[in-house]
Ligand binder design. Sequence first.
Ligand SMILES: [Ca+2]
Ligand SMILES: [Ca+2]
Ligand SMILES: [Ca+2]
Ligand SMILES: [Ca+2]
Length: 498
Amino acid sequence: MVTSRFAPIYGLTSALLLALLSQGCAEATAIDQAGDGEIAEAGGEDLTPLAPLDGGGGGDEDATHALGALMDPCQAPRDCASGYCLQYEDRNVCTELCGLRPCPEGWSCKRVSNSGADITFICAPDQDTLCQPCQSNTDCGLFGDFCLSIQDGRACARDCAADGLCPEGYTCASATDQAGNMGQQCVPANGYCSCAEDQRGQSRPCARQNTFGICSGAQICTPELGWGACSAIEPAEEICDGLDNDCDGQMDEGMAPRPCVGTPNPLGSCPGVERCEGARGWICDAPTASGEVCDGLDNDCNGLIDDGLCFDGNPCTQDICDVELGCTYVPHQGPCDDLDPCTRNDHCGADGQCVGVAVDCDDGNPCTANACNSILGACETTPLDGAPCDIGNACTQDVCQGGACVQGQPIACPNHDPCQAARCDPVRGCVADPLTGNACDDDDGCTTTDVCSNGQCIGGGSYCAGRPCVNQCPGDANFGVDGICVDFIVTTCLCVCI
Ligand SMILES: [Ca+2]
Ligand SMILES: [Ca+2]
Ligand SMILES: [Ca+2]
Ligand SMILES: [Ca+2]
């Protein structure tokens, strides 16, 4: 009320204001009289609730002067036909009950409470308390205006129960005050007292808050809608994005460099360190794995520098990757590995080649074949069943069976000499024992009674009966089996007695 163009009513004390307004049904009577234009001047004390008016209503048309009509100056309620004297601007004027005609410009129909349940509506100057901050209804005047909680705090509304009319930008709506009283009140249509037409386009600070922090922003007034959305971001856990997500004034704080692994490819993947680079996010500096080359670097990131390079396959050379010279192969002496498991004592020879001594797999058994397995490096034995062998008996034809030499069939010792007896000796094989006394043939046609003597066929008798005999047979085959010379058959064979 401090800035009001008028004091609410009469500019008097509260007690007096109440007195002014507590006219009850009397005002209606007074209005009726005022409407007649015949109302006598009210008399009595200032605080007398217009008793003379009541009397005048009874038809006292002899009053020395008419009671005040709307806007007529007044000193007290009794001066006014309506029984209501209000302070307006810098003076006190009478008002009138609503309904006779529209209230004057800048005035509106107000409800005033009287004793009991009576309610009276009078024209009263609009108060400037609409949307003024308040704590209770009394801060909002005396005409039924509520102090309401709206979007931006407690502010005065304006009673509009009489005609439902409100200033532009306000709407007449049902409302309940702090005491639980219900009424129709003009309230900002957009819900905000701070966003009327003259605030259009203005901005005000705002914030969003949660467990991560408080973020500030601004919101714009659009009277049709009220204050717009707060431009502040929702506080969030800080991440690497070049923004101050938690609104603590620091961008991307706490983003310490950390290990990372580069994008894998068929050649490998390389480790690195990633750093927060603002809007670019985390950037990993790991190089891309590439094929290993002789350069002193671990190109494929397998943990080995220049590995797998300069391999000549020769164990008797030291393969060297020299960043300056490239691959070099230096011969060396001493043990080596020829990668053949069937050799032993491998050594690098003078020719720079690795050579070993073949493993001796011979088990001495003639009935097995022995060889070194070139994969396992172990000797393997294969039976040679059916192969000839010798168990040490010259009288048998031995054979391999199950990897062992077993005794075979006895050998035959044919006998073609009547002066010898054939037999087999286990050591010497077939031998002939000399015989004596057996008849035989000495293949000499000049003898006729041959007899064996100690293995020899000794000729006896005489073809020529004691005379000299010449055996003219060039050979002995033509003498026949009986040893008799048959010179008369074969012309070239002839024993000649002389
Ligand atoms: Ca931050
Ligand atoms: Ca951030
Ligand atoms: Ca490597
Ligand atoms: Ca390399």
